[in-house]
Design a protein around this ligand. Structure first.
Ligand SMILES: Cc1cc2nc3c(=O)[nH]c(=O)nc-3n(C[C@H](O)[C@H](O)[C@H](O)COP(=O)(O)OP(=O)(O)OC[C@H]3O[C@@H](n4cnc5c(N)ncnc54)[C@H](O)[C@@H]3O)c2cc1C
Length: 344
């Protein structure tokens, strides 16, 4: 595959003798295949290629990808590895090539509150204006908000001269909780998401007080592909409900399996389109069987069958589920999405 966009980063001057070996080790540690060629290294990915090699008076990094946004993302990933291999060295890097020209990182934009309305006792539906929302339909199910601290003028992330995203820190630090798109309106340039109102939540507080026109940051879209499998076991709590609803809506009609959703308040139930071969059970937290009991008790198809387990909830349940499905039942990475959506 050829990649039309290219960028080169150069560090002039001395660098540690083991640098390329150390970077290669860092990259390999994260599960990527690293090719060694001469004194350099190369990593070939579906989204692009990175090469690093010593030069006469320093060392260079070459990145090829489909466009400036992808180059920026690969550059950030490389700088992460470089920072671990040789802290501080990346500060001396200069970059040229097909790099993003905007001051904000390419996956960041400012969005505005259009309105907020309750859809059930503990969920608020937020409508946001975001300009061109085409990539919200194709680019993943989730996004992160970037909420500025209350009472302070927002400070947004910026790309610095070294190609790194500088995030506001200290009193200006942004709060970045993840959410799930509920609806995207291409014509109006708007999108909706459902926010579970819970005690102590900074995003909850922001949402309760949000006024039309108010600005907030958005990172994404990203993450959350549709699970494959003829048999699907899905389970989650309030935070997973928007994703479960979306996945069920897009599930093939012949799919088999079970869906368990645990709510603190059963009045938060919503309409779910469940394929004929799947069962749906709503559970009430603290009243009757809990989510883990139902997950662990349900028969799961044997190895070799087309099966998938999708679980998103509090971290302890996610940990338990990983042990149960991966370690006890031998479910592979390709057959599972088990994610902590929040921590106690
Ligand atoms: C991929 C992904 C998609 C998600 N989609 C959604 C979504 O569509 N809608 C949604 O509402 N949430 C969703 N979440 C969960 C959401 O990001 C977290 O609940 C997040 O912590 C909320 O931020 P906050 O500012 O309200 O709370 P924080 O400031 O992060 O936490 C403050 C306090 O609230 C507690 N807390 C956080 N979440 C909960 C909870 N659910 N119940 C009880 N206490 C809690 C924390 O333990 C902490 O004590 C998603 C998470 C992920 C990873």
């Amino acid at each position: 595959m050829t990649f039309p966009a290219r960028a080169v980063g150069i560090v002039a001057g001395p660098f540690p003798a083991t640098l390329i070996d150390d970077i290669a080790a860092e990259i390999a540690e994260h599960g990527y295949a690293v090719e060694r060629q001469g004194g350099g290294l190369a990593v070939a990915l579906p989204v692009g290629r990175v090469e690093a090699e010593p030069e006469a008076a320093g060392f260079s990094v070459r990145i090829a990808s489909s466009g400036p946004k992808q180059i920026h993302e690969m550059r950030e990933a490389f700088l992460h590895f470089l920072d671990h291999a040789a802290p501080g060295l990346s500060e001396r890097m200069t970059w040229r090539g097909d790099l993003p020209t905007g001051a904000y990182p390419p996956n960041f934009r400012k969005v505005r509150v259009v309105g907020t309305r309750p859809v059930s006792p503990n969920f608020l539906r937020m409508t946001m204006a975001a300009g061109n929302v085409g990539d919200f339909v194709t680019g993943g199910m989730h996004f992160r908000l970037a909420i500025p601290p209350k009472g302070r003028a927002p400070v947004w992330p910026l790309i610095d001269g070294g190609g790194r995203t500088r995030w506001p820190k200290g009193e200006d630090a942004l709060h970045n909780p993840a959410y799930t798109f509920v609806a995207v309106d291409l014509e109006k340039g708007e999108f909706d998401f459902d926010l579970y109102v819970h005690d102590g939540g900074k995003a909850t507080q922001w949402a309760l007080e949000a006024v039309p026109g108010e600005e907030v940051g958005l990172l994404g879209p990203g993450g959350g592909t549709l699970p494959p499998g003829n048999f699907l076991l899905m389970a989650g709590d309030e935070t997973a409900l928007p994703a479960i609803r979306r996945i069920l809506e897009l599930s093939p009609p012949g799919r088999r399996g079970h869906v368990f959703v645990e709510l603190g308040d059963i009045a938060d139930r919503c309409e779910l389109v469940v394929p004929d071969g799947m069962t749906l059970e709503w559970l009430t937290r603290g009243d009757g069987p809990d989510l883990w009991t139902r997950i662990a008790g349900v028969p799961f198809p044997a190895e070799g069958e087309s099966r998938f387990v999708w679980i998103a909830a509090e971290r302890d349940l996610a940990r338990r589920a990983r042990l149960h499905f991966r370690d006890t039942l031998g479910v592979t990475q390709d057959e599972a999405y088990i994610s902590a959506y929040w921590t106690r």
